[in-house]
Design a protein around this ligand. Sequence first.
Ligand code: GLN
Length: 462
Amino acid sequence: MTTPAEPRGLAKAVADRLLKAKRLNALLTPARELRQALEAQAKGAHPSGVLYGMPVAVKDNICTLEFTTTCGSKILEGYRSPYEATVVTKLKAAGALIAGKTNCDEFAMGSSTEHSAYGRTYHPLEKARVPGGSSGGSAALVAAGAVPAALGSDTGGSVRQPASFCGVVGIKPTYGRVSRYGLVAFGSSLDQIGVFGRSVHDAARVLSVISGRDPRDSTCENRDPLRLPTVPESLQGFVIGIPREYFPPDLDPGVRRACERAIRLLKELGAAVREVSLPHTPYAIPTYYIIAPAEASSNLARYDGVRYGPRFNGAADVRALYRSTRGEGFGPEVRRRILVGTYVLSSGYYEAYYRKAQQVRALIAQDFRHVFDRGVDLVFTPTAPSPAFKAGEKLDDPVAMYLADIFTVTANLSGLPAMSLPIGRVKGLPVGGQFIGQAFMEDDMIEAAYALERAVPATEEA
Ligand code: GLN
């Protein structure tokens, strides 16, 4: 983009590109703040860093010092974190420039980026459609070419599903591969920070920079950063499982065609392809939508108008303060999750819902173990049951919205790495294919994705 000697030119070029994408409402950072922050970072950036000069946009639920962190919520309007996330520190140390904060569903709850207090993000190809969610701002900016890579968070598919809708690559690492320090908690046992890129390589190299041990997060594994595989000549020796439960009769016909074409290409590349079964898949959505709200209701108890963000005034006592702050500060979807979560955790219902969901979660993870124990290296599936849907289409029907996550929540419930890459178009709209890998075997998944990416006509109709 520019030579290391011109940090100012670099900062300006990055800001100009981002501001050109303004029509998408994908970036929450105001222009002036962005310019200043980019200039300051470019001056200090390490010219020998492996990501020197690379702008990386960051979802607004990841804490930064230069920018506010609102999580797309009114309850954190204007909030500035006193510390930054480990992933952000690692990106800067590698020479990357943090290119502002991206729009998202409030507290990462949603599948369309329509649940943001700051307005919806538009699909980069068709304004009437959604970019997916909850990391829709990050996906849209990468798809529009404003930044080569961006960070998102994936609790139930929020990196992979918007990557699929926008036609970019999205990787969710194994639970524990990347530090969650400074990621605003939603469902702590499911959350991982993930990466968007224009190509498998861009996403993978950013992932390798942010991965690895962090003494500040005890759930982050004590491992070296991910080492990137090389682009393989063929997929000889790979066994790829196709789970029949991920191809239900009501799957969008265009998505099915794109997946079938991708499977043919995987075979041509030399992989052995086998049909497999993950029998507990039908229970994944109800299980996820008990566990995620339960954890959210506990994590979101801290927003009380005392410790973070604005306080909604006029309260006579402390209870009234909580009530007015939380009542006015949280949007309808977040309130719904807190209510559901509190309900499933309350005495009398805990056994019937929460404990049962944990038991089913174990069965879903066991399904994958069985398949991997029988010699399968990777599973291949559609990322989402349809291409990008229209704005407003599912907004009044939460269950329809939840069903958009049917193929992605299983990897979070099992802690496994998974990624989406573009495998074709349906009526001009991108379709993603998903690989799910074995724990801490991101390298296998990335290797297969490198090969498929080169073979698949990703921007052609399937
Ligand atoms: N769409 C899912 C939900 O609403 C997943 C969200 C996410 O991964 N952050 O919970």
